[in-house]
Design a protein around this ligand. Structure first.
Ligand code: FES
Ligand code: FES
Length: 177
């Protein structure tokens, strides 16, 4: 018996027409059915944040949503950050500040921070620290992640970066280092 449903997911501006069981998580649909494996799955019960994606601009745990719930919503994943062959300023800042080691948590942190900075580009240090504490990293000790995100926030504030993602990546040629 075929108990799958046809749905269309809008991911990074592209439509993905797929068939899923109603119980399939959004994270599995993104990875398996859409082929977007940048979204990682760690705990699968909402704790680690590795599966964080943006849903209508807000960070969500994609392991806690069913794919069918995301129909008609705008999804963004880590694959959509770099544009036109250019890393997003936030991605470049992660490189510059050594904000990753194994990288398993990285896509989740990038999407969490992207959603946070797009909503509040002037977020203060204490609030930034509090938001980033919602995702887990077992490698870095968090300090370099905090530095990378704070650097991007400061660049947005100074006008040297126009967007968190790769769209119109920089006002000047590079994120200042
Ligand atoms: S895999 Fe979704 S929160 Fe850990
Ligand atoms: S870099 Fe390894 S879990 Fe964060």
């Amino acid at each position: 018996m075929n108990d799958t449903l046809p749905i269309t997911l809008q991911v990074n501006g592209h439509a993905h027409a797929i068939r899923v069981e109603p119980r399939k998580t959004l994270s599995d649909a993104l990875r398996i059915d859409c082929g977007l494996t940048g979204t990682n799955v760690g705990c699968e019960h909402g704790v680690c944040g590795a599966c964080t994606v943006l849903l209508d601009g807000a960070p969500v745990r994609s392991c806690l949503m069913f794919a069918v719930q995301a129909q008609g919503r705008a999804l963004r994943t880590v694959e959509g950050l770099a544009q036109g062959g250019n890393l997003a300023p936030l991605q470049q800042a992660f490189i510059d500040h050594h904000a990753l080691q194994c990288g398993f948590c990285t896509s989740g942190f990038l999407m969490l921070a992207t959603g946070m900075l797009e909503r509040n580009p002037t977020i203060d240090d204490a609030s930034l620290r509090e938001v980033l504490a919602s995702n887990l990293c077992r490698c870095t000790g968090y300090q370099n992640i905090l530095r990378a995100v704070a650097h991007t926030r400061d660049a947005l504030r100074a006008g040297t970066v126009k967007n968190v993602d790769g769209a119109q990546a920089t006002a000047t040629s590079q994120v200042s280092r």
